[in-house]
Design a binder for this molecule. Structure first.
Ligand code: SF4
Length: 258
């Protein structure tokens, strides 16, 4: 296994590697905030998502919306922090002769996605040699860094599916936190062999979102219901059984059958 944390930290202060990372950043940051392609099915990043919400996204009944706080402080911050650390790691790996792909588009069993970083040994080694998928996640909860047992299952399933798409066994999740004390980054390695059955089970569960009937909501965390655009779901904190919402639900159900 490569040493991820020490490579990133070294590249952050080494003039040559930092310049190489900066060049990568200028190339890859250009597309950081491009909108997603139009949704017409599942994505790898849907791991852990509620099937009822997905059903409505896939059928165009709702569009994903976030509060400004979630967008700015979680999603946008996480995207930028993750990309910069990926650039530092990529610069370090490339300097040692590894082949690195950043944000490659992949497809596994018909489900598309984008990997943060994938690397393998050079082609002349005849096989991929050391190869892995690396995903970068940010968190505002410092406890995430201190408690590896609280690794988010949906993040592992997402990264495992990317590893399956690339045909490599190893994958890692780099969690970057705002810790005011101690380490601000944690690296957890996983093996696809340990997770492939869970990946199959997860995408079987998610396939209910592609069926003709609106499934029941099954969020893995209650926070997924907060601000959910499926206003007619009784698990939604904004839910109120008004006639208007019942009509919306009926329309969604009819539209999905057309
Ligand atoms: S409110 Fe919760 S259970 Fe209902 S659709 Fe949204 S995420 Fe799913």
């Amino acid at each position: 296994m490569i040493e991820i944390e020490s490579r990133i930290k070294h590249a952050a202060v080494d003039d040559t590697l930092r310049a190489a990372a900066s060049a990568l950043w200028k190339r890859h940051a250009l597309t950081l905030f491009d909108p997603h392609d139009e949704r017409n099915g599942l994505r790898v990043s849907d791991a852990g998502q509620c099937v009822r919400k997905l059903y409505n996204l896939v059928n165009g009944t709702i569009v994903d919306t976030f509060s400004p706080e979630v967008q700015l402080d979680n999603l946008d911050n996480g995207t930028m922090v993750g990309c910069w650390r990926a650039c530092l790691l990529a610069a370090s790996l490339e300097a040692d002769g590894f082949v690195v792909e950043m944000e490659p588009t992949v497809e596994h069993d018909g489900t598309p996605g984008h990997i943060d970083l994938y690397f393998h040994e050079p082609e002349w080694t005849k096989d991929l040699g050391e190869a892995a998928v690396i995903e970068f996640k940010s968190t505002n909860w410092t406890g995430a860094l201190d408690h590896p047992e609280k690794s988010k299952r949906y993040q592992i399933l997402q990264a495992a599916k990317y590893a399956a798409a690339k045909g490599c066994d190893d994958f890692a999740i780099v969690t970057v936190g705002p810790a005011a004390r101690g380490a601000k980054m944690r690296v957890d390695w996983f093996s696809l062999g340990d997770w492939q059955h869970a990946v199959i089970g997860e995408w079987l569960r998610l396939s209910a979102a592609l069926g003709p009937v609106e499934p029941d909501g099954d969020p893995d965390f209650a926070w997924r219901c907060k601000g959910c655009a499926v206003e007619w779901c009784d698990k939604n904190p904004e839910y109120a059984a008004t006639d208007e919402l019942l009509v919306k639900r009926l329309e969604a159900s009819v539209n999905a059958r057309i």
